[in-house]
Write a protein that binds this ligand. Structure first.
Ligand code: PLP
Length: 420
């Protein structure tokens, strides 16, 4: 089972998680959390390779999820076995979702006033029932939550301020469904600034936290400016004693060399001191950035005005962000088109004409059977892949510090058939 082979013998296509690189990211996050007091959660949307959760649980406070399936995975693989927190947010939950989430989640975050209205009674009565007492209490049980085993409930706000320039990644774009506008809160609350009594008498009694997610692959400076806006627009709510936590969402490139981690640490300390809240961060990318490869093999080389290499890895199936973002993934020992003597267009083995990974140049000619190592492939890959064209899914491997890999998962025809 635990048979290790050198990286250059791993059969392709394969995703390989680079454990030392993952650990380096996790150590940087742990330092931020140790020094600032922030709880840092893995956003499983970006990376859910749970074979590495035992390792990540040494560094992180828990996981967050985009719905029941991810929440259950986080609870089963990190929350329950390691006593870590399980959080969840979704644009909308059904009553059935709520029944399944309440026993396993520490934080449940609602996206609209109407969603909170819909689930409020069920949510607030949970934990008062004896059934709930059987939930193993994770280490992250919310401080100050007077009812044991009751999750803490929060609202996602839309501060109407984001510096993300690509609309499909901007939750504050005009017409966005993500998060509650201040004016929608005010329609319920009536008076500004909101006081302890107004809050207690309102629909929102029972809400203990605020959440925003308005960043994507950004440094500390946009966060700093966003927090200023949040304090201006929502400061009265943050000051309420009922509000016990503030979740700053994901999209922070905290583990990048150039990220201003000192700035983040002092801002987290300032916020938690000023408002008496626990601060949460829920990065996905920052956990898994630069921590994995997608290895492919050249299957054929054809010519049509240029040389085109057909690979056993596909942009459409195995790294859909290449087409969705879009972007040109970094490739080991390869350069910009035209920079070195041999330029190739790299493309997938599907019938989609646009299944093109990008144009790259090489020092030497490519041959059938050559292996190519795409870089930074741990995040937003295996969580988004698909079997379009019946393409085989890459197997999953973990690479250790000695350059040896162990297989954690292999896929077959059965995985293709099972989804249809
Ligand atoms: C996508 C997302 C994250 C993680 O974002 P990254 O860019 O991967 O850090 C965190 N929280 C929420 C609500 C998200 O939608």
């Amino acid at each position: 089972m635990d048979k290790r082979i050198p990286l250059n013998q791993v059969p392709t296509p394969a995703y390989v998680i680079d454990l030392p690189a993952l650990r380096r990211n996790a150590e940087r996050l742990k330092e931020v959390s140790d020094r600032s007091g922030a709880h840092i959660l893995l956003a499983q949307k970006a990376y859910s390779c749970y074979a590495t959760y035992p390792e990540l649980s040494k560094y992180l406070s828990g996981t967050t999820a985009s719905g029941y399936h991810e929440a259950r995975l986080g609870y089963e693989e990190m929350g329950k076995p390691y006593g870590k927190e399980t959080h969840v947010y979704a644009p909308a939950f059904t009553s059935e979702d709520m029944d399944k989430l309440l026993p396993i989640c520490d934080h449940i975050i609602f996206n609209s006033v109407n969603q909170w209205k819909t689930h409020r009674d069920r949510a607030l009565s949970f934990g008062r029932s004896t059934a709930a007492a059987s939930r193993p209490s994770p280490a992250g049980t919310v401080p100050g939550s007077e009812i044991p085993n009751q999750p803490s409930f929060g609202l996602r706000i839309n501060p109407e301020y984001s510096e993300i320039e690509t609309d499909i990644y901007n939750p504050c774009v005009k017409g966005s469904r993500l998060g509650i506008l201040r004016e929608a809160l005010d329609r319920e609350l009536g008076e500004i600034p909101v006081t302890e009594e107004i809050w207690n008498d309102s629909l929102f009694s029972g809400i203990e936290g605020l959440h925003f997610h308005t960043h994507c692959e950004q440094g500390f400076e946009p966060l700093f400016r966003t927090i200023k806006v949040i304090e201006e627009r929502f400061g009265d709510l943050l000051s309420l004693p009922q509000i016990k936590w503030l979740n700053l969402g994901g999209g922070h490139h905290i583990t990048k060399d150039e990220y201003d981690r000192e700035g983040l640490i002092s801002e987290v300390k300032r916020l938690s001191g000023k408002y008496n809240v626990t601060v949460y961060l829920e990065p996905g990318e920052a956990v898994a950035i630069d921590a994995g490869y997608l290895i492919g093999t050249v299957m054929d080389i054809v010519e049509n005005g240029m040389k085109i290499a057909i690979l056993d890895v596909s942009a459409a199936c195995h790294m859909p962000d290449v087409l969705e973002m879009p972007y040109r993934p970094p490739l080991k020992d390869a350069y910009e088109a035209g920079e070195k003597p041999y330029t190739y267009r790299l493309a997938g083995n599907t019938c989609l004409a646009g299944d093109v990974i990008g144009d790259y140049s090489f020092e030497n000619e490519l041959s059938v059977g050559d292996r190519l190592y795409f870089l930074d492939m741990a995040m937003y890959t295996m969580v988004k892949n698909n079997t379009f064209n019946g393409m085989p899914l890459p197997s999953i491997w973990l690479l250790d510090e000695n350059g040896e890999a162990v297989n954690v998962k292999t896929f077959s025809y059965d995985d293709f058939k099972a989804r249809l």
